[in-house]
Design a protein around this ligand. Sequence first.
Ligand SMILES: NC(=O)c1ccc[n+]([C@@H]2O[C@H](COP(=O)([O-])OP(=O)(O)OC[C@H]3O[C@@H](n4cnc5c(N)ncnc54)[C@H](OP(=O)(O)O)[C@@H]3O)[C@@H](O)[C@H]2O)c1
Length: 286
Amino acid sequence: MKVLVTGAAGQLGRELVRVAGSREVLGLARADLDVTDRGAVAEAVGGLRPDVVVNCAAWTDVDGCERDPERARSVNTEAVGFLAEACDAVDAHIIQVSTDYVFNGEADTPYSEGHPTDPVNAYGASKLAAEEASLAWDGATVVRSTWLQPADSPGMVERVVDSLVAGTPIEVMDDRRACPTFVADLAPVLIRLAEERVAGVVHATNAGVTTWYGFAREVALAFGLDPNSEILVPISEDDLGSSLSARRPSYSALDNSVLRDLGWEPMRHHRDAIASAVARITAGSA
Ligand SMILES: NC(=O)c1ccc[n+]([C@@H]2O[C@H](COP(=O)([O-])OP(=O)(O)OC[C@H]3O[C@@H](n4cnc5c(N)ncnc54)[C@H](OP(=O)(O)O)[C@@H]3O)[C@@H](O)[C@H]2O)c1
């Protein structure tokens, strides 16, 4: 299977290229392929003739998208149409990576794939339109995930560990809930979806629903420290005042019902993924 990963310098793109193993995989970063350039997209996909394109390219700055919805539409929506069109021309499978932000956050149980969408910000709207642009083509797959955590660069785990070690208080949001998902666990699922050419909308997250404060407490526990430490300061979105320009869904956990119905092993709990990340950090600093 020949895999083309766009947005390959991003946290998910890098991990996909890393886990592809013996499969023929080509990662194109923005410097190699700007997905908003329709001609360049047609040339790259037409020339490389991959079996599957996994689109990890996106403008993921949620507040930036709110300020500049035109750019959000160009990168997050229009470019996906170019990629899907180019895939169709060479009979390649497109996997479009999407987000929990297509939902409005008013639910109190995990969203299944068929739940009505209703984005509350420009980023979510641009990603929802991208879903529609890709699903217009037969066999396309949309994979929604939440709160991605990197494998090879500092993320939330490192921020919390650094604060705990330095004894510097860190404010963490305690009024939004979702499923923190580690790209190290998501990337193999994307590869398998590509291999099995699973079509349609698929939710793929680590198991477990929590807030960022809950996440930080799990990091403290995995690090052998007091999860009730005053270093971890729970705050609410309101405490941030006007520093966030885009509204966010307050609840955006995803039910992985399609994967469950396929009989796939659930992705591990985020608690176990945190423990692995903390063990890696600890080993690295020993
Ligand atoms: N991060 C999350 O918490 C989260 C949650 C749910 C879903 N997702 C989705 O998961 C996917 C991967 O996200 P991520 O967290 O890996 O994001 P990321 O680290 O921000 O990576 C996105 C990559 O896309 C690249 N890019 C931006 N504009 C481009 C263009 N015009 N042409 C080509 N590449 C371009 C960026 O390059 P530059 O850095 O050079 O701009 C960046 O390397 C996205 O579809 C995102 O919507 C993310």
